[in-house]
Design a protein around this ligand. Structure first.
Ligand code: ADP
Ligand code: MG
Length: 566
């Protein structure tokens, strides 16, 4: 500590780059301060600092972190507390560029495993970024001293001491997480794909805000679909269990269809207590699928949906720089299944119409041999029977789907009704007269990406990965993810970008391993060593990461425009 103080005074009012001489560890009363990486100028990304305290000294009960589910929830809540304390206890900007700005990575409504706070056998560490103070391009040692010797000790003192924290608050994050994961386990056991509890608040305040809508109509399960789940620690919950197979969500416009769908989409993760969706749970292997014209596709077998295209283009290994609505939707489905998806969510609003249906008149005008597309209505059942992949489809426009649905949920004034029996009646009353389309087999491709096509370098920099609002710039290439709808936290972009680099540098992308094998190898490493595996495995200093799924990793890899497949 004294060493840090004297170093600081020595570089006062000297060139900013001298901050680098501070990198290293310093012992403070009750904690270790580690300056892990300093920035090169006041406008560069902020410096990285870790504060470490022995667990024994914190008074945190072991029950807060002795299982992965508890630990994730506890650290998620604690990172939020640090963020609040940073606002309360630190001065913020005090000079040029990001001078004096202190920040931590933490979550919004979604609860995710993240590495801004980590616990090992004996210690707990919080990782903070800070703009080292300067005026112009010279060191402001007095301000830096205030940061290191006043602000950081205050943050440690308030954040890493159970007696100054509200145990009930943390316990509620932990209990919510444990119950949610219990529900998820029950889904698998009972052959369900999703659960929406009675009393849930599904709509959000606005399209731009993820917090619950005030005065919303609370969700209530149709009687016939209601299940009851007992919690191991006592208590139970009731709500709607969505079975496997083909499910339609229907109803008039503005009656809450998309809102229910969005709850299924976000149910792959957890939400904070009070969110309204904290027990709305879906299987992790759920993929939102939509049309995404303009995306690139590399060697995907979409022949189950689309026969050979004009100009003799094959669809068994379909590649394009510029997919159409229907070919992109077909590729999105096959790639998701390749990466392990078991549930596909689709909304007619964001689907390619000609991919979903073709009516009788159109079949007469364009006879089968001239139309390469077999509409999804003819293939959804095969996906389930042959590959065990369920579908949930939002449709208000096409009654044809009533024929193939196992379950029909009707949204009526934000209330869910079971319309399955009525839908069957109607389907019988107005039968569709169609000639069956050509029989096409559903074949999942096993594609092996070539390592040279996954290149994070740009100009002189060996690794140049950056995120932007809706995706990742990976070397010279872009990974546009605005239409991959299952990203809920921007840190997931950075995590995905670095994971691709990790997979390449570990030799997982080697031209022989296929996408599913690559994804599994990465997931194994992260399960074993935590998210830190991603930077450790490439010999770099820490970066902020949070949870992503194998399906998300594959989605990023598949959207890399340079990707080539063996
Ligand atoms: P649909 O997809 O059927 O057209 P949406 O799900 O988009 O309808 O919902 C229409 C509007 O109603 C949205 O503004 C949404 O926020 C609101 N809404 C949805 N569910 C509820 C609810 N349970 N209570 C109050 N408002 C709701
Ligand atoms: Mg809608």
């Amino acid at each position: 500590m004294h060493n840090l103080r004297s170093k600081l005074r020595r570089i006062d009012h000297n060139g900013y780059k001298l901050y680098k001489s501070l990198e290293g560890k310093y012992q403070f009363p009750g904690f270790t301060l580690s300056i892990d990486r300093t920035q090169s100028d006041p406008f560069a990304p902020p410096s990285k600092i870790s504060l470490t305290v022995p667990l024994a000294q914190t008074g945190f009960p072991a029950g807060f972190y002795d299982t992965p589910v508890r630990s994730t929830a506890f650290r998620d809540a604690l990172a939020r507390t640090f963020a609040k304390n940073i606002r309360r206890l630190t001065k913020g900007n005090r000079g040029t560029g990001n001078s004096g700005v202190i920040a931590i990575n933490y979550g919004g409504q979604t609860v995710l495993e993240r590495n801004s706070i980590v616990i090992d056998k004996e210690n707990i560490t919080v990782r903070i970024v800070a703009g080292l103070p300067s005026l112009g391009r010279t060191v402001e040692a007095a301000e830096a001293e205030f940061m290191f010797f006043e602000e950081f000790p205050a943050l440690v003192g308030e954040g890493f001491d159970m007696s100054r924290l509200d145990a009930k608050h943390f316990q509620s994050f932990i209990t919510t997480a444990e119950r949610r994961e219990h529900i998820r386990m029950e889904l698998g056991r009972r052959g369900l794909i999703a659960f929406i509890p009675d009393g849930a608040i599904l709509p959000r305040r606005s399209g731009a805000e993820d917090t619950p809508l005030d005065g919303a109509v609370k969700f209530e399960s149709p009687e016939s679909m209601r299940i009851r789940i007992e919690f191991p620690g006592g208590g139970y919950i009731t709500g709607m269990g969505v079975p496997r197979g083909i499910t339609l969500i229907t109803g008039g416009g503005f009656h809450g269809k998309s809102t229910l769908m969005n709850a299924l989409k976000s149910g792959i993760w957890g939400h904070v207590p009070g969110d309204g969706r904290e027990y709305a749970v879906s299987l992790r292997e759920t993929a939102m699928i939509r049309a995404e014209d303009g995306r690139s596709v590399s060697g995907v077998d979409i022949s189950g949906f689309i026969g050979d295209l004009p100009g003799g283009k094959h669809t068994r290994d379909f590649s394009t720089e510029n997919a159409s609505g229907s070919t992109s939707q077909a590729a999105n489905i096959m790639e998701a299944i390749e990466a392990g998806a078991k549930v596909l969510l689709m909304d007619e609003d964001t689907s390619a119409m000609n991919f979903l249906i073709r009516d009788e008149r159109m079949r007469e005008l364009i006879p089968a041999p001239k139309e390469p597309i077999t509409p999804y209505i003819e293939t959804a059942r095969k996906l389930y029977d042959e590959l065990g992949v369920s579908t949930v489809m939002v449709t208000g426009g096409s009654g044809d789907y009533l024929d193939i649905a196992d379950t029909v949920i009707m949204m009526d004034n934000y209330r869910a009704l079971d319309a399955t029996a009525r839908a069957k009646e109607i389907a019988l009353k107005h039968p569709r007269r169609i000639t069956p389309p050509p029989e096409r087999k559903m074949k999942v491709s096993h594609r092996s990406p070539l390592p040279e096509s996954v290149d994070p370098s740009r100009k002189k920099r060996e690794i140049d990965i950056e995120t932007y609002e809706t995706g990742i710039r990976f070397g010279r290439s872009k990974i546009e993810l605005s239409e991959w709808e299952q990203i809920f936290d921007r840190t997931q972009y950075g995590t995905l970008g670095d994971i691709l680099y990790y997979a390449k540098s570990r030799g997982y992308i080697d031209g022989t391993k296929n996408v599913a094998e690559i994804v599994r190898a990465i997931e194994n490493d992260i399960r074993g060593e935590g998210l830190d595996a991603i930077f450790r495995g490439t010999g770099r200093e820490w970066y902020y990461y949070c949870d992503v799924r194998g399906i998300d990793i594959a989605a990023a890899l598949n959207r890399l425009r340079t990707l080539l497949i063996r």
